[in-house]
Design a protein around this ligand. Structure first.
Ligand code: ISE
Length: 321
């Protein structure tokens, strides 16, 4: 395996993959040579001077792209060109046009090569929520709540591309419906930006979804509630003890997504390796990455204009239908 970009996420992937039986992290690259050297030494990988140099390695069976968001599409396209399976961290690209380029390149090859790192699909609580919806009938409303601990303030465009993209994917994979329109507004002014973003969405099947994102920084947590015709389902968080102490009940929540989603990331990486071994791709597709990007661009446009924005990703190519 190769890993392109060994910051926070790339280091995590490199270490996770290196621990899997039968998997070798053979090569890493980062624009920061010191980081590349450090992670290369950590997992016993060679350090490559560029993404292209790494991808030119004839022995690679797969590559993780975990570089800066703006570099995702180019590295993923280069991997597709060489027929190398890619696990691309979210977002698939920094722009809708680049995300579409990836979808089209994969469709041109005619084989699924791209998995996008929407790891919540591999979270046990999310998977059980989705399973619990069977028998509850048509969905009318999904409420996705995201309490985040990124260093604030971040520009709202960055929040949308880096964080809200996950919630968009949650809404899509929980409902199986496509986003049709979004209306976004921001509150909680801080340092020239905002910490709170509310997105009201209309889905292709007529349902509503709301995304409540907050960069408050006090605790990390993700919640999902689904209201359907014959019942509702609420995401249970990771099993945590309820502790009675000093006259109060305490539940540990954690303060970053690694803690909340450690199991999901590990399951995602394992599933990706298995899909390479079996030649049967699973998991979030390039189309999912593209559709989420279109919705995120709509959120950004709505934040700027105050208007409701239609967000039609178009028709998926046959490969993704
Ligand atoms: C971060 O990049 C992630 O991927 C986390 O899952 C998400 O919760 C957080 O908001 C992002 O900034």
């Amino acid at each position: 395996m190769g890993v392109i970009g060994v910051g926070h996420m790339g280091t995590f992937h490199a270490r996770t993959l290196a621990r899997l039986p039968g998997v070798e992290v053979a090569a890493v690259h980062d624009v920061d040579a010191t980081a590349a050297d450090r992670v290369g030494a950590l997992v016993g990988a060679e350090v490559r001077v560029s993404a292209d140099d790494l991808l030119a390695d004839a022995g690679l069976d797969g590559v993780v792209v975990a570089s800066a968001d703006e570099a995702h599409a180019a590295a993923t396209l280069a991997a597709i060109e060489r027929g190398i399976p890619v696990l691309c961290e979210k977002p698939l690209a920094a722009t809708v046009a680049d995300a579409r380029r990836v979808v089209d390149a994969e469709a041109a090859v005619g084989r699924r090569l791209v998995q996008v790192g929407f790891m919540r699909e591999y979270d046990v609580a999310h998977a059980r929520l989705r399973a619990a919806l069977e028998g509850l009938g048509p969905i009318d409303h999904v409420r996705a709540v995201h309490r985040n601990t990124n260093p604030s303030p971040r520009p709202v465009e960055v929040i949308a591309v880096q964080s809200i993209v996950h919630d968009v994917h949650t809404v899509r994979f929980v409902t199986g419906a496509e986003m049709q329109s979004v209306h976004a507004s921001a509150a909680g002014a801080v340092g020239g930006s905002y910490r709170h973003i509310l997105v009201v969405c209309r889905l292709s099947d007529g349902a509503h979804a709301t995304i409540e994102f907050d960069d408050g920084g006090f605790a990390y947590d993700v919640g999902v509630e689904v209201l359907a015709r014959r019942g509702d389902a609420v995401l249970a968080g990771p099993a945590q003890p309820v502790v009675r102490q000093a006259g109060a009940l305490h539940v540990h929540v954690g303060d970053d997504w690694f803690e909340r989603f450690a199991g999901a990331y590990a399951a995602q990486d394992l599933a990706w390796i298995e899909s390479i071994r079996t030649g049967m791709p699973t998991g979030p597709t390039a189309w999912d990455g593209h559709a989420a990007q279109v919705a995120v661009a709509g959120v950004i446009e709505s934040l700027a204009s105050g208007a409701t924005v239609d967000v039609d990703p178009g028709d998926p190519p046959a490969l993704h239908r």
